[in-house]
Design a protein. Structure first.
Length: 149
């Protein structure tokens, strides 16, 4: 494939991703969707458009400034960045329950092995990932890729 000299605007690219993920939540394809990891600098530029998309699709969103860290993706992928959660219904409560469990395990030095994997699998299911994809992500076989960073 020939490389293109076309320059892609990062903010527009992120908004396109957000629009797609919001539609997947609104249509019931995903239970929970995540925006691309955003720098605190980029968030104010994206926030009003994200909110407009959410309103048009009649779902909810929440700005998460400290995403739950699991083995689904490298910690560095979201370190120092914010993520917008897109959802309907009580999904946010489920997410916070997972996050609380992880914090309790971390505080007692038990956020390793089977408990850590169980939390990664639970978050993967909340994101509507198939079990095989969850296993591949936990194994580090499917790293996140961003065309535009």
């Amino acid at each position: 494939m020939k490389e293109s000299s076309l320059s892609i605007d990062r903010i527009s690219f992120y908004l396109g991703m957000i629009n797609c993920f919001v539609e997947m939540v609104a249509c019931g394809v995903k239970t929970l969707a995540l925006s691309p990891p955003l720098t605190p600098h980029d968030y104010p530029q994206i926030a009003p458009f994200s909110q407009k998309i959410v309103e048009e699709f009649h779902i909810d969103s929440y700005l998460e400034k400290s995403l739950l860290i699991t083995d689904l993706q490298p910690e560095e992928f979201t370190q120092g960045k914010w993520v917008i959660l897109y959802y309907e219904g009580d999904v946010l409560k489920k997410y916070f329950s997972l996050k609380e469990t992880a914090a309790k395990l971390r505080s007692t030095g038990q956020y390793t092995g089977a408990p850590r994997e169980a939390l990664a699998r639970a978050l993967g299911r909340l994101l509507s990932y198939p079990d095989e994809k969850i296993s591949r992500k936990i194994a580090g076989l499917d790293s996140p890729f961003m065309l535009v960073e």
